[in-house]
Design a protein around this ligand. Structure first.
Ligand code: UDP
Ligand code: MG
Length: 338
């Protein structure tokens, strides 16, 4: 491993982005020679999240000749958030920037983020001033989602902010201590605390390839976000069941008293029995579902699985320096080249 200290790490998760990678490399080269020049040694960590196209061969070819490039290949598709975690945990820089591979996060913004960091901020979010040509549905759902998650979790989550952000080494060290398996980094990073700020940029459109966030994945992210940041749904279930219990007890008392004073029938009619059975059955199922959601998380957490599995790491080794081999656990084992 090169012994010189890495000042800036740029972490990029990649999933089937063969079409975008050449342009991404070009843009990165441009900022490296331009605005990022003079910021000290830099590394680029590219995490291939189980791509099925030519992404990995492009990454490994690049990492063969570029000393600043580290390619990490995950053994299958673990999803954007975990690919990001894999990259963040590989990064060695004092300052770590994460961004998407599709150039919707323009690399020129990195130098502005660094400027904000130098003013003493540990976390700098790059927030979209314009969301490009995103669909109306995606815009509205994003707005609602951020509002809901902030109210439910009590953690201020910067709006319109994806995973384009800068973190200091100490912020990242705290983040990597959180080992939960259902991760929602956009909520966990504000949770860490430390001085945080945001800068604004215009988010462009994807110019190649296609989004990997169809509706069902966005919904999954939303559920992960809410359930990992808040126990409010669990408390809601508790509140609803208490309320229903009160109604139920009130009804029994009513029938019982009516029976005592007026001699009315204790057995209510078919309709009321059926509606009670249906309502309670439905609500019990709903609550069971909610408990299942959390129980599933507890189960997964208790298993202590590694969050991701690295299959291969590719980086150019300088002669006489140590190269690295990868054990199946994803741990780096130094191996000195003769
Ligand atoms: N990505 C990933 N694994 C996945 C899905 C996406 O590593 O399972 C990467 C993708 O290559 C891109 C980033 O995550 O660099 C964001 O994905 P995308 O651009 O598809 O999301 P969108 O911008 O549409 O929300
Ligand atoms: Mg994108």
């Amino acid at each position: 491993m090169p012994s010189e200290k890495v000042v800036l790490s740029i972490v990029i998760p990649v999933f089937n982005e063969a079409e975008m990678l050449p342009r991404l490399f070009q843009e990165l080269d441009r900022v490296r020679a331009g605005t990022l020049r003079g910021h000290g040694p830099l590394e680029i960590v590219l995490v291939d999240d189980g791509s099925t196209d030519a992404s990995w061969s492009l990454i490994s070819a690049r990492c063969q000749r570029d000393l600043a490039c580290i390619g990490v290949k995950l053994s299958r598709n673990f999803g954007h958030q975990l690919a990001l975690v894999a990259g963040l945990e590989t990064a060695r820089g004092d300052v770590i920037v994460s961004m998407d591979a599709d150039l919707q996060d323009p690399p020129e913004v990195i130098s502005e983020m660094l400027a904000a960091h130098h003013q003493g901020y540990d976390v700098v979010y790059a927030t979209r001033a314009a969301r490009g040509k995103e669909s109306w549905g995606k815009r509205v759902s994003a707005r609602f989602f951020y509002f809901a998650i902030e109210k439910l979790s009590g953690v201020p989550i910067p709006r319109n902010t994806g995973d384009f952000r800068l973190m200091s080494r100490r912020a990242l060290a705290e983040l990597t201590k959180l080992r939960e398996s259902h991760r929602f980094l956009r909520g966990l990073v504000p949770w860490i605390g430390f001085p945080q700020t945001q800068i604004f940029y215009d988010r462009g459109d994807r110019t190649g390839g296609q989004t990997h966030y169809p509706w069902h994945k966005m919904l999954r992210l939303a559920v992960d976000g809410i359930a990992s940041m808040s126990q409010a749904p669990l408390r809601l279930a508790y509140a609803v069941s208490l309320m229903l219990f009160a109604v139920f007890v009130g009804y029994i008392l009513y029938v019982f008293i009516k029976h005592l004073v007026g001699g009315a029938e204790l057995v209510p009619g078919w309709t009321s029995i059926m509606s009670a059975i249906t309502i309670f059955g439905t609500i019990q199922l709903l609550l069971l579902g909610l408990f299942g959601e959390y129980l599933g998380r507890v189960y997964e957490q208790v298993k202590h699985r590694p969050l991701y599995v690295v299959q291969e790491i590719r980086r150019a080794a300088k002669e006489g320096n140590a190269a690295t081999v990868i054990a199946s656990t994803g741990q780096l084992t130094p191996l000195t080249l003769q």
